[in-house]
Ligand binder design. Structure first.
Ligand code: PLP
Length: 295
């Protein structure tokens, strides 16, 4: 199929960066942690839902580097034993603070951060998903590690932090194909908001959008949702290429890439897929993989 369309597909294996701090989560934390050290804070306080990869990544990275970590978790009905994600956070020594959805809604308010510091000490506050200036800066380093000529780059979008960093670091002729995994998600608006909150010049950012193409029809019904077709695709990709994808992010982006190639929209291009990671919690998918291998 690739030959027929004259495409070359490369995969940037950011999933191999670290066993627990997977891919783009590590990239987004790198400069936040350096900043935390410079500012002489005790550790990182951040926010997330019950299944947040970002919380686990923060817990693991802080433990490894000798910082405290505090996770403010959405949902006061939860506890540290509620699920595997939260258990892993606790194993890495993260102090978990469960709050109501209403309180969680204040996650970006400075006053609320000050209250939290009174309780948890002198922490460096990182937004949900590592979505800040330092997160973007970390993700700008991905393309610098690519030595091949590339025309098109595919990446999954959650908070858009990773895609913002990659977009800023593209060469003039390269196009970023962003694949949001949320339904009804306005990628450009989200990216604009993040760029502006991070202090980037808006005129420069709107120029960047000339190199951006959003594929908002590969979300498979929304965040955390998937279909049998997507699970089959994950299995096929593993069988054909030995490439493990997760059902939340990377499978949707890689599906978009394959579909766009099939549609003939990328003929003759050198395409880079950024494997952003997220394959730690995929035990259920592996079970299906094993089963279908025997069928
Ligand atoms: C968190 C995550 C993303 C989303 O990245 P953003 O920077 O939030 O857009 C993509 N892929 C994987 C595997 C993730 O864990």
């Amino acid at each position: 199929m690739f030959e027929q369309h004259g495409v070359q597909v490369y995969v940037k294996r950011d999933d191999l960066i670290h066993e627990e701090v997977s891919g783009n989560k590590w990239r987004k934390l790198k400069y936040n942690i350096l900043r935390c050290r410079e500012a002489k804070r005790e550790g990182i306080l951040t926010f997330g839902g019950a299944y947040s990869n970002h919380l686990v990544a923060t817990a693991a990275a802080c433990k490894e580097l000798g910082f405290r970590s505090v996770g403010v978790v959405r949902g006061d009905e939860l506890n540290p034993k509620s699920n595997e994600t939260l258990k892993r956070c606790e194993t890495y020594g993260m102090e978990l603070h469960f709050v109501s959805r209403e309180e969680y809604g204040m996650k970006n308010e400075r006053m609320y951060h000050e209250d939290l510091m009174e309780t948890f000490g002198n922490m460096f506050v990182v937004p949900e998903g590592g979505a800040n200036y330092y997160g973007i800066i970390g993700c700008q380093e991905v393309m610098g590690e690519i030595e091949t000529e590339i025309d098109a780059v595919f990446i999954a979008q959650g908070t858009t932090t990773s895609s913002c960093g990659v977009l800023m670091s593209l060469q003039q002729h390269q196009v970023l194909h962003a694949v949001p995994v949320l339904k009804g998600f306005d990628s450009k608006l989200e990216m604009e908001t993040l760029f502006s909150r991070s202090g980037f010049d808006m005129e420069y950012c709107s120029e960047l959008f000339d190199q951006l193409m959003v594929h908002d029809n590969y979300h498979f019904n929304g965040y955390g949702r998937y279909t049998n077709e997507l699970l089959d695709f994950i299995n096929d990709t593993y069988r054909k290429f030995g490439l493990r994808l997760d059902p939340v992010y990377t499978s949707k982006a890689f599906y978009a890439l394959i579909d766009q190639v099939k549609e003939g929209n990328l003929d003759g291009k050198h395409i880079l897929f950024i494997h952003t990671g997220g394959v730690q919690g995929t035990a259920s998918i592996e079970a299906k993989e094993n089963r279908s291998l025997h069928e």
